[in-house]
Ligand binder design. Structure first.
Ligand SMILES: *Cc1c(COP(=O)(O)O)cnc(C)c1O
Length: 459
């Protein structure tokens, strides 16, 4: 209230409407009233600066409405993903299946045994069931979970470089950047580790690692290239050789897998093999870390699996407490892991389901959508698309797909795309070859009707 009255006492300038007046003229909004008030005050304050040209009242109102709409659009909300990119980091990575969502719902709405031992009635271990089953899924002695894979890697690096030995040996070819802001050299520096790069961008031999090992070496690190690939004159030692070298030198060997698929990805047509945590651990890695919300198809998390002595030591780190996940994430991940154990092909995971959807199914849906758009001012056809897995996973893989191709008759393509993004249920597609395209692989079948409504509204 105090702020409200303060607004009234600000020096009036001719032509600037009062806050009260603006509030009365605004249409209904879902935004909380203090938020609307803050935006109105900010917009009016811009006009109060000396020499600002004062536009007509309608223009002022329009500008305020635009600001309010822009703010409201930035609220996290469901969108339809027509990009064909399965794990789209900008669109929240992996969507969760209904069983997982139900698990979150149950944990969220009730008390639970997060850290309570139901047998003894005393304090219990956090996430012990999940850790047990994760270890099983990864063929590891033990496993645990941090906030995300970046956090998991920082935890590991800090742990092994907290003593006198600071050096982390890594190939020059693996000093990668993933998405916005995750750069391996910076992560190492932030963890207090000293980077000891070996080899060259395209070739690193086992000898290179061996020669670099000295009394200051803390660990050997291998990082999955994730979002790019190299071809031609390329050599990197396999995990098994690095693991053997590390064992000989009594050093820990850690592999950051990034995506961490737990299924054989080569079962999907056109998809390469992605190293699984189980096979990398079998090849001798002491610890692996990977994301929960990439190819695993779960919630955001950073999974660490490997030797029990290392996992237990990591959990003892005071810093681990700052990286731990909450009950919602843990119950979601628990549900995901149990589903993989019950059904090792991952059949119920949305990301993997989308990956294996036959083109014929997509074609059928595209045809139905085209039929249902008849009579609207748009040329709609069934097209071809190339999707991707995304999320820095298997960047070489192109997923053949089916698109709904649209050329609006009364709108420029960019305007059509903007309207679709800004509707009540935003639709994200892409423009190629003079059409607006929606890749149906990443549109859930149950979204076909909401999609039609959004298209009708935009047209
Ligand atoms: C994606 C990725 C990360 C970061 O994972 P987040 O879960 O997003 O923190 C780390 N390392 C590699 C190799 C990755 O591909």
């Amino acid at each position: 209230m105090r702020k409200n009255s303060a607004a009234k006492t600000e020096p009036a300038r001719r032509g600037i409407p009062s806050v009260e007046k603006v509030l009365q003229s605004l249409p209904e909004s879902r935004l909380p009233r203090p938020v609307i008030l803050a935006v109105v005050r900010r917009e009016l304050a811009k006009l109060r600066v000396a020499n600002a040209e004062i536009p007509p009242p309608d223009t002022i109102l329009e500008q305020i409405n635009r600001s309010l709409a822009a703010l409201e659009r930035s609220r996290i909300q469901p969108v339809i993903n027509g990009t064909g990119i399965l794990i789209h980091t900008n669109l929240g990575r992996s969507p969760l299946g209904s069983t997982v969502v139900a698990a979150i719902q149950a944990a969220a709405a009730n008390y639970n045994n997060l850290e309570f031992d139901l047998a003894s009635g005393a304090r219990g271990k956090r996430a012990s069931y999940l850790e047990h089953n994760l270890a099983l899924l990864c063929g590891a002695e033990a496993a645990t979970v941090a906030n995300n894979c970046a956090a998991a890697l920082v935890l590991i690096l800090r742990h092994f470089t907290s003593g006198k030995r600071k050096e982390v040996i890594i190939s020059r070819g693996e000093l990668i950047q993933i998405g916005g802001g995750f750069r391996i050299p910076d992560i190492l520096a932030a963890s207090g580790a000293t980077l000891r790069e070996v080899g060259t961008t395209n070739r690193t031999s086992l000898r290179d690692y061996e020669r670099a090992i000295n009394s200051g070496t803390a660990l050997l690190l291998k990082v999955h290239l994730s979002n790019f690939y190299m071809g031609g004159f390329v050599e990197f030692p396999p995990t098994a050789d690095l693991a053997a070298l590390a064992r000989r030198k009594k050093l820990p060997f850690v592999e950051d897998l990034g995506s961490g698929a737990v299924v054989a990805t080569e079962q999907f047509s056109g998809v390469d093999h992605e190293p699984t945590p189980a096979e990398v651990i079998k090849q001798g890695a002491d610890l692996v870390c990977f994301s929960g919300d990439k190819l695993l198809g779960g919630p955001q998390a950073g999974i660490i699996a490997g030797q029990a002595k290392h996992v237990n030591a990591l959990k003892q780190e005071p810093f681990f407490r700052a990286l731990r996940c909450d009950k919602l994430i843990l119950s979601a991940l628990q549900s995901v892991v149990d589903q993989y154990l019950a059904q090792p092909t991952g059949g119920t995971t949305p990301v993997l389901k989308m990956l294996e959807t036959p083109l014929d199914d997509l074609r059928l849906r595209a045809g139905q959508l085209v039929t249902q758009l008849a009579g609207l001012p748009v040329k709609a056809t069934v097209g071809k698309g190339k999707g991707q897995i995304g999320g820095g996973t298997l960047p070489k893989t192109e997923l053949e797909s089916v698109t709904l191709d649209l050329i609006p008759k009364q709108l420029p393509l960019a305007e059509f795309a903007a309207r679709l993004r800004q509707g009540p249920l935003p639709v994200i597609g892409y423009v190629a070859g003079g059409r607006f395209k929606l890749d149906l692989r990443t549109v859930f079948p149950e979204q076909d009707n909401p999609l039609l409504t959004a298209l009708r509204n935009a047209l």
